[in-house]
Design a binder for this molecule. Structure first.
Ligand code: ADP
Ligand code: MG
Length: 404
């Protein structure tokens, strides 16, 4: 059976008009002999009545249990799926809706950020064989007990790729409101350029560093089973970005990749907090602190440990817990809130001297201070004040001529 999974994000299913565009994309594949599975996100963003954010607003987050919160949040995608299915039926196409649970998506017990552990696609396959267009509510599954779990923000991308894997689909299409993966977030850099062909590891790095356009876990699953992903725009006819393994990219595309500049893209992650802890070198209790941090499931990055100082960053959401740990242990510390981690990624950067110097000079010219930096073979990270995010990204995008 030739199947394809198409995922439509919140903006794609937000309005009657946009849903008509979605139907066009579905029928396009249906009419070219694909069995189509559609994964949808909740309708709209932020204030839209049935968006994930609006559902959260309905309750008091401090008194709801994670189980009930997930049950509530899963509703947004279910509403969206039923509305889209109804529109297809109205046009004379047979469609059927499955929640994550009904689609056979089994997860662990980690409410709010569950991992898919298995998929039993029997229901989906039966419906596809009967020629139904199958619509699956994204971002959710169920644990062993049958309790509904959610996969974390952006989780519908994971649903789509995991279903693609379970159904051995030809490829997975992720439809959103931009033409594909670009050299920077186009809502900040209007002349950002579309990246046509990318390999899994490149995209994984960008996604991990904050490029919201695809969830890193979705890329990870696709890479493991070697299923191609296409990121496309619901509102245009752009070919989008194709993501494959480096080995399967054709010689023409390889040439394109070889011609790439030192940097491929600039990404960013807001809501970071820099933590600087002073240590008495005679009485080093770093180990105890790290154990506490791990126990509380706080993820740290940009880690620089010196004899008398330990510096790292955390997500703003973990700040209250971290402060409690530091107060309880009577640590001497300093916190810089509202930071943004800027990432400059490029596979040609390795062994190329002077990239950091150019980045530092560019930011300095804009009057932006680098609070901390780190690098790997393909990425340089700089921590800056969050209010300078747009200025920094635009300046770096210009300096490295990523618009060309
Ligand atoms: P959806 O609701 O369709 O899942 P998201 O908001 O999760 O959409 O992701 C799409 C958004 O990702 C775009 O609107 C864009 O602003 C943002 N984005 C951030 N970085 C990039 C990038 N490098 N390329 C493309 N889009 C990006
Ligand atoms: Mg998304």
């Amino acid at each position: 059976m030739k199947t394809i999974v198409q995922k439509f994000g919140g903006t794609s299913v937000a309005s009657k008009n946009s849903r008509e565009m979605v139907i066009e994309k579905i029928l396009d594949k249906k009419n070219s002999d694909f069995k189509v599975v559609v994964v949808v996100s909740a309708m709209g963003r932020k204030e839209s009545p049935y968006s994930t954010d609006s559902l959260i607003e309905l309750i008091n987050k401090s008194t709801i249990s994670p189980r009930e919160l997930d049950l509530l949040l899963s509703c947004g995608e279910i509403i969206s799926a039923v509305v889209l299915s109804n529109l297809l039926n109205e046009k004379g196409y047979k469609s059927i809706v499955y929640t994550g649970y009904q689609a056979g998506i089994k997860t662990n017990d980690n409410f709010g950020c569950a991992d898919i552990i298995d998929i039993d696609p029997t229901n989906i396959i039966n419906s596809l064989e009967k020629n139904y267009i199958v619509i699956v509510a994204g971002f959710q599954g169920a644990n062993k007990q049958g309790d509904i779990t959610t996969l974390g923000r952006g989780g519908s991308d994971i649903t789509a790729v995991a279903l693609g894997k379970a159904l051995k689909s030809q490829y997975v299409e992720i439809y959103t409101d931009v033409d594909g993966i670009m050299t920077a977030d186009p809502s900040i850099v209007p002349n950002a350029k579309l990246l046509d062909n990318m390999c899994y590891s490149e995209v994984y790095q960008l996604a991990e560093d904050g490029a919201k356009v695809i969830h890193p876990k979705a890329v990870e699953i696709a890479q493991k089973c070697n299923i191609p992903i296409k990121i496309k725009n619901t509102f245009s006819k752009s070919e989008g970005t194709t993501i494959k393994s480096a080995q399967t990219i054709s010689s023409k595309d390889v040439k394109e990749i070889e011609n790439q500049k030192i940097l491929t893209a600039i990404t960013y992650k807001k809501g970071r907090v820099q933590v600087i802890i002073d240590f008495d070198s005679e009485n080093d209790n770093t180990e105890t602190l790290m154990e506490e941090i791990t126990k509380n499931n706080i993820s740290i990055d940009l880690i620089n440990f010196f004899i008398d100082k330990k510096i790292f960053t955390i997500d703003k959401e973990d700040l209250t817990i971290l402060k409690n740990i530091l107060e309880k242990g009577s640590y001497k510390y300093n916190i810089i809130d509202n930071c943004c981690k800027i990432s400059a990624t490029g596979y040609k950067m390795h062994g190329m001297p002077g990239v950091m110097a150019r980045i530092a000079k560019t930011l300095s010219k804009e009057g932006i201070r680098i609070l901390q930096s780190a690098d790997s073979h393909n990425t340089i990270w700089c921590l800056i004040d969050e209010k300078n995010t747009d200025k920094a990204i635009k300046a770096l995008h210009d300096e490295f001529k990523l618009y060309e």
